[in-house]
Write a protein of this length. Structure first.
Lengths: 225, 672
């Protein structure tokens, strides 16, 4: 309870782009199992949405809402593993917790290899499920926070002029102002002005912070190697 | 070879002809001893009777021999050639005509039937004597040996002499031509000798004028012979009676001719005519009486033989034969019944048949069938006998009286213990095999059922844990109530699955009970639902309403259905197409049976496999024992039905079986 409360009151909400409550999506063909999980989840103050089939869930979910998925492996029509693949193909990164009435080891291994958070055998203990759910929501939250920060930096990168980008890239390479000035065939002073503007635009206090921010983006991730 | 036989035959034939020649000649010679001098007419003439009997016994061709004999015997008398020839021809014709008549009526020479005596007297002897005497009289007239005026009386005398001669001689020849059928005992022989002596003695006493005139009662005394002859007729066989009559007649004629005895006193002609009338009456009466007695003896013997034959049949068989009256009281019981129950036939007669049935047997219902055509019934029951407990099978048939009511009942019983035991053993064997089959099927279904069981367990656990967490949240009372209700419902469902599993693998209860086939189908569909869901196969049921209940060992029918449905699911599991489904139908057949069909739209069963589908240890599956269908067919057959398969490549497979309706089930029956 304490963890959840602290989670709900955390200041991270400010940083969520959609600013939404996390939701637990429950997909199981057995109505009583759906209802029971939904009730259990609601007992710790989380929202839950239930779906009887994988298709119904895929139709309703676009990945924009934070939370996690509790997915039954055996489902009529499209089964749980197929649904997992479909979500990933759409780029929905919601953490998935599989549940199954079968202690089907190979299937569990495949699910986890494909990125499932955990695999619970029915019937499961409430602590086990709720731990998983909390872990999943936390993961999702972090992933979404990171994603949000990355998008922030990239947006700032877009505001740089071409000459400022030139300076930034050479700073990442660890070159000093004098070298940069020579390479760009400008004065050292000009480089210093550009550097100050880049630091300002990117919201960095110093060059090392600037490099760290820049290297977290898609565009400059390769430079790490 | 044939030549010798023919020669022998010829010699035998020749001998017979000579015999006839001699016999007839002798008879004519006897007759000539009694010729009335003035009229040239024989008063005692046995020749016609001899001719009749011999021609009948030996064949028509001997009529010629008779004619030859007649000619030879008469030739040399004063009549001349032509009249002698005519008389001889008439003798042959008379014997031939009489014999033909006897042959026409198929007379038995034994003369032991009344009709034979009547035919011999009224047709054979009459015809022969009329022809012979008529021709004789006519010849004498044409030859001028007699006047027209006396012709009538001449013919009359001739005829009487000939017919009485025939009545006395012909029966002797006829009866002695066949072997006598007589069981000789000392008493019988003594009796016969006594009778013969009595006949001779009375003949002598009556006709030889032995008694003094004061004591003699003249003509009525001649009737003394009647009681003796009646005695003979009732006690002796025909040939003996015929011979006694002949002996008596010979004595009477001999004394009367010499003018002695009750018929003496007049002219020879008158005396002999009176005697002839007396002898004719005596012969005809006694011959008819002995024939009537002979018929009775024959009938008695036939009855005795027939009774002995059937008694032999009944008493010497191992089957139990009981005859009872309509109230069930035993009228007859074969010795085998007595042996089995340790009591004699005498003790059994008069006791109720029910005493032979087990005590619990009321005896009322199984016999009801006897009151309706075809008035027969069959029942089997165990009963305590000297040989221990045995199963008896009784086939009973009612004997109806003229009014169509039951007069008696004949029941034939047989010890069917061995058969019942074999049946029980085979039932036991099938039960055990079926149980193994169910255990094996349950093993294969265990994974699916565990999953099926996990669903309600998961719901129960999750609901109750959520409930614990929400117990102190009064605002969520509504949800809590729902959670607890669903917890109970799921516990119930889990219990139901367990109950079905246990019921399916339990060993007992092979007893047939009345059951609704649709209920059984629904239960099995539930039992196999896990497997169908697992393979994502739709199971459809289309169950007819108003089906008669069937008499079935429900667990075994469950097993057959489980087997068929799982086979169908497996047939579909290997293929990928939309709309894979299993359809189970129930319906009522025209014959009143209930049919269940399990159809899949899978690939069908290859022709080669279909041939041996029901053979044990034939399986298309890698891990199958191949016993399922073999056991299923045995189960259905044990229920009185048949399990069949129809399949064509690409069109799917249909298994169907039928079950007879429970006894007493009518066409319109309430179903639950």
């Amino acid at each position: 309870m304490a963890t959840v409360l602290s989670f709900r009151r955390s200041e991270d909400r400010r940083r969520m782009p959609q600013d939404q409550e996390p939701c637990v999506f429950v997909v199981d063909d057995e109505e009583d199992v759906r209802d029971a999980i939904s009730l259990l989840v609601s007992s710790v103050g989380l929202n839950a949405e239930t779906y009887a089939t994988a298709r119904a869930f895929l139709e309703a979910c676009d990945g924009s809402r934070p939370g996690c998925v509790i997915l039954d492996v055996r489902l009529p029509g499209m089964n749980g593993l197929e649904a997992q693949r479909a979500l990933r193909e759409r780029g929905v990164q919601l953490p998935i917790i599989f549940i199954s009435g079968h202690g089907d080891i190979p299937m569990a291994v495949r699910a986890v290899q494909n990125g499932a958070l955990d695999f619970l055998e029915k019937p499961f203990r409430d602590d086990a499920l709720l731990d998983c759910v909390n872990r999943a929501i936390e993961l999702d939250r972090e992933a979404r926070a990171q994603e949000s920060a990355r998008q922030d930096i990239e947006a700032k990168l877009e505001t740089l002029t071409p000459r400022e980008v030139d300076v930034l890239e050479r700073l990442i390479d660890g070159k000093v102002n004098k070298i940069i000035a020579r390479e760009l065939d400008v004065s050292t002073r000009t480089v210093e002005i550009h550097r100050a503007r880049v630091l300002h635009k990117m919201g960095a206090d110093n060059v090392s912070q600037l490099v760290r921010l820049t290297l977290s983006t898609e565009r400059y991730r390769d430079r790490l190697r | 070879m044939t030549e010798t036989i023919r020669r022998w035959l010829n010699r035998r034939e020749l001998g017979l002809h000579l015999l006839v020649l001699a016999a007839y000649g002798a008879a004519v010679e006897v007759g000539l001893q009694f010729v009335l001098p003035q009229a040239n007419v024989s008063l005692v003439y046995p020749a016609t009777g001899v001719g009749l009997a011999l021609v009948y016994l030996l064949g028509a061709r001997f009529a010629v021999t008779v004619a030859v004999a007649a000619f030879a015997a008469r030739y040399g008398f004063e009549e001349g050639l032509a009249p002698t020839l005519a008389v001889a021809a008439s003798a042959g014709l008379a014997s031939a005509a009489g014999a033909a008549a006897l042959r026409r009526f198929d007379v038995r020479p034994q003369l032991d039937r009344l009709r034979d005596v009547v035919v011999v007297v009224a047709i054979g002897a009459l015809l022969s004597s009329v022809v012979s005497s008529g021709v004789g009289a006519a010849v004498m007239y044409t030859a001028g040996l007699t006047e027209w005026r006396g012709l009538g009386s001449l013919w009359w005398v001739c005829w009487v002499a000939e017919i009485v001669g025939a009545l006395v001689t012909a029966p002797v020849l006829l009866t002695w031509s066949r072997p006598g059928e007589r069981a000789w005992t000392r008493g019988r022989a003594f009796e016969l000798v006594f009778i013969a002596a009595a006949v001779v003695l009375t003949g002598w006493v009556v006709y030889a004028d032995v008694l003094p005139p004061g004591v003699a009662m003249a003509k009525p005394l001649s009737y003394v012979v009647f009681p003796i002859m009646i005695w003979a007729a009732t006690r002796c066989i025909s040939r003996e009676v015929a011979l006694l009559l002949f002996v008596h007649a010979a004595i009477a004629v001999a004394y009367t001719v010499s003018n002695q005895g009750p018929f003496a006193g007049g002219s020879l002609r008158e005396n002999l005519l009176s005697l002839h009338a007396h002898l004719a009456m005596l012969s005809i009466s006694v011959l008819m009486l002995q024939a009537a007695m002979g018929e009775r003896r024959n009938a008695e013997r036939a009855l005795r033989e027939s009774e002995a034959k059937y008694r032999l049949l009944v008493e010497n068989q191992t089957d139990l034969v009981v005859k009872m009256d309509r109230s069930g009281e035993i009228l007859f019981a074969s010795p085998s019944v007595g042996e089995l129950f340790g009591s004699s036939e005498k003790e059994l007669v008069g006791r109720p048949f029910k005493a032979l049935l087990p005590r619990a047997e009321t005896g009322a219902s199984p016999w009801a069938e006897l009151y309706q055509p075809p008035h027969a019934c069959y029942l089997e029951h165990p009963v305590q006998t000297l040989k221990g407990e045995r199963w008896l099978g009784w086939a009973a048939k009612a004997v109806l009286d003229a009014g169509g009511g039951i007069e008696a009942v004949v029941a034939v019983g047989r010890d069917v213990t061995a058969r019942r035991r074999a049946e029980a053993e085979s039932r036991q064997y099938l039960q055990e095999l079926a149980h193994v089959g169910r255990l094996s099927a349950m093993g294969e279904m265990a994974a699916g059922l565990a999953h099926e069981l996990n669903q309600p367990l998961c719901a129960i656990m999750t609901f109750s844990q959520a409930t614990l967490r929400l117990l102190d949240r009064p605002e969520r009372q509504q949800e809590l109530r729902h959670a607890i209700e669903r917890t109970a419902a799921n516990a119930d469902r889990a219990g139901e699955i367990i109950r079905q599993m246990r019921s399916f693998v339990r060993k007992d209860d092979p007893a047939a009970v009345e059951a609704d086939i649709n209920d059984m189908v629904r239960e099995v569909v539930e039992l196999t639902a896990a497997e169908a869901n697992h393979n994502e196969i739709q199971v459809k049921t289309s169950l007819a309403a108003g089906l008669p209940r069937v008499s079935a060992a429900t667990i075994q029918i469950h097993q057959v259905l489980v087997n068929l449905i799982r086979n169908a699911i497996e047939a579909l599991a290997g293929i990928e197409h939309e709309g894979r489904r299993v359809e189970i139908r129930t319906r009522r057949l025209a014959g009143g049976q209930v049919e269940v069909s399990v159809a899949d739209n899978g690939p069908g069963i290859p022709e080669t496999l279909r041939q041996e589908l029901f053979e044990p240890f034939v399986s298309s599956k890698d891990n199958g024992m191949g016993l399922g269908l073999s056991i299923s067919r045995s189960i259905i057959q044990a229920h009185g039905g048949e399990l069949q398969v129809e399949s064509s490549a690409g069109q799917g497979t249909v298994f169907r079986f039928d079950l007879p309706p429970a006894a007493g089930e009518q066409s319109v029956s309430a179903t639950s």
